[in-house]
Design a binder for this molecule. Structure first.
Ligand SMILES: O=C1O[C@H](COP(=O)(O)O)[C@@H](O)[C@H](O)[C@H]1O
Length: 457
């Protein structure tokens, strides 16, 4: 690491919420565990920020991430903020010229349409050799715009230097799916349609809008969580065995699953809902449409669920249910693998009524294997035993992990262009059905388990 050349991280959209809440603390967590990294952080945005304000933001976020001196001091000594319009060729050229560095990472913490405008300007003016483009989600806002953006960015730099950010790929529990599945004799032989009945990927959050109405109200749960993160997690759960964890093997396997995935009947296989006034842990939450910054006419959903079919030999007939919602009563960020019932339980054994399952908790990390065993007392009754464990320890926050891979130029934790397009292809029929109002908008009180009748694991 010490031999690594200094890198400049140019953050476009630096005055925004994502930079403050996730990106800068991610740098903090990275420097906390790898203080030898040499990093200059330049923030840029339309909004005017004075130097003290920017320094304060960077200082607080580095501390929040756990960076200590001298690593934090080194960043604070060189960081600066530039106000300007990065969609304007001359302003962007001047900004790039003011950053003499060995390696440049341009981080787009911007909405997709602004990212596209900045990329168009970069194509016209050019970027220094070796530049990496790191692009926040959503990557485009439809299949068509994702295709256009892919074509545009790969005219600026080659695909291996385009990092489409998905911080779930930095979650060590998600990465651990590779070890869990492929480094054990136990799992893989039953990891298919013969062993598994149904798979759920759930991302239930208690958080509400967190002052992000400007972003969230335009996107909703399907675009915000399922189109990006949950489909990536699904691909890690469903991919074929890989020969290596090399970039090509890993991302080819992800792409292969996504290409085989579809929502068979978008009306039957999707659900949406929106929270109404309620209470979460004693905190009163208003109806979503009464939240500041929300436009009720948009009809944005705050919970979404889709059932995905993977049309290949391993998974034919096994539903993958992906669901995510906000303002729920309980945090559940997990994958649940429901095993099939055994072909035959010895006659004379009784009492078994719960199917076996494997629960993989992404946050907080852990797993539970629910197994049927002989019960207490009468030795021929059956009951469930739960084996619990952790899936290795994270040493970085997911954003730190993702940033480390960007700074190292290792695209394994980033979404490849074809995968980004496939994810849009999978959800677009659902978005169309919802636009036509073919799927009703359910309601659920904030703090509840979700709309009535929605299955939960
Ligand atoms: O990308 C996003 O992720 C968060 C959930 O991720 P976590 O790391 O906080 O568990 C979600 O709240 C947010 O709406 C979404 O944009």
């Amino acid at each position: 690491m010490t031999s690594q050349p200094a890198t400049t991280l140019l953050i476009l959209g630096a005055s925004g919420d994502l930079t403050r809440r996730l990106l800068l603390p991610g740098i903090g967590t990275l420097l906390a565990s790898q203080p030898e990294r040499r990093l200059q952080v330049v923030g840029a945005d339309l909004r005017e920020l004075d130097a003290d304000d920017w320094h304060g933001r960077v200082r607080d976020a580095l501390a929040e991430g756990g960076a200590g001196a001298p690593a934090a001091d080194a960043v604070l000594a060189t960081t600066r903020y530039a106000a300007g319009d990065a969609t304007d060729d001359e302003a962007l050229r001047a900004l790039l010229a003011s950053i003499p560095c060995d390696r440049l990472v341009i981080y787009f913490a911007l909405p997709p349409h602004v990212t596209e405008l900045v990329c168009a300007a970069l194509e016209r003016i050019g970027v220094p050799g070796g530049t990496i483009l790191a692009i926040e989600k959503p990557f485009g806002d439809s299949l068509a715009t994702a295709r256009e953006l892919n074509a545009l960015v790969t005219r600026i730099v080659p695909e291996e230097r385009v990092f489409r950010i998905d911080h779930m790929l930095g979650l060590h529990t998600v990465l651990n799916l590779i070890g869990l599945r492929f480094a054990n004799r136990l799992m893989e032989p039953v990891w298919d349609r013969d062993g598994i009945e149904r798979v759920e990927v759930l991302y239930d959050e208690t958080v509400t809008l967190e002052d992000r109405a400007g972003y969230y109200d335009r996107n909703g749960a399907l675009r915000d969580m399922i189109q990006s993160h949950l489909l990536q997690i699904m691909a890690m759960l469903a991919m074929e065995p890989i020969a290596s964890v090399g970039e090509r093997d890993l991302r080819d396997a992800v792409g292969q699953v996504l290409r085989a995935a579809r929502v068979v009947d978008p009306v039957r296989d999707s659900r949406r809902g929106r929270y109404a006034a309620g209470d979460i842990d004693g905190r009163a939450v208003p109806d979503y449409t009464a939240e500041q910054g929300v436009d009720p006419a948009r009809g944005t959903e705050t919970i979404a669920e889709i059932e995905v079919a993977i049309d290949n030999q391993r998974w034919a007939g096994v539903p993958f249910v992906l669901r995510s919602g906000k303002s729920l009563g309980e945090v559940r960020k997990r994958a649940v693998i429901h095993w099939r019932a055994p072909a035959h339980v010895p006659s004379g054994m009784h009492g078994r009524d719960t199917p076996d399952k494997l629960v993989i908790d992404f946050k907080p990390d852990g797993f539970e294997l629910h197994l049927t065993t002989n019960g207490k007392g009468d030795p021929f009754t059956l009951e469930q035993t739960v084996l619990r464990g952790e899936l290795g320890g994270a040493h970085l926050l997911p954003y730190g992990e993702v940033l480390a891979s960007i700074l190292d130029g290792d695209p394994r934790l980033a979404v490849r262009g074809d995968a980004a397009e496939e994810c849009w292809r999978i959800v677009e029929p659902v978005l169309e059905a919802w636009r036509r109002d073919d799927v009703p908008m359910a309601s659920y009180p904030a703090g509840s388990t979700g709309p009535e009748g929605w299955a939960t694991s």
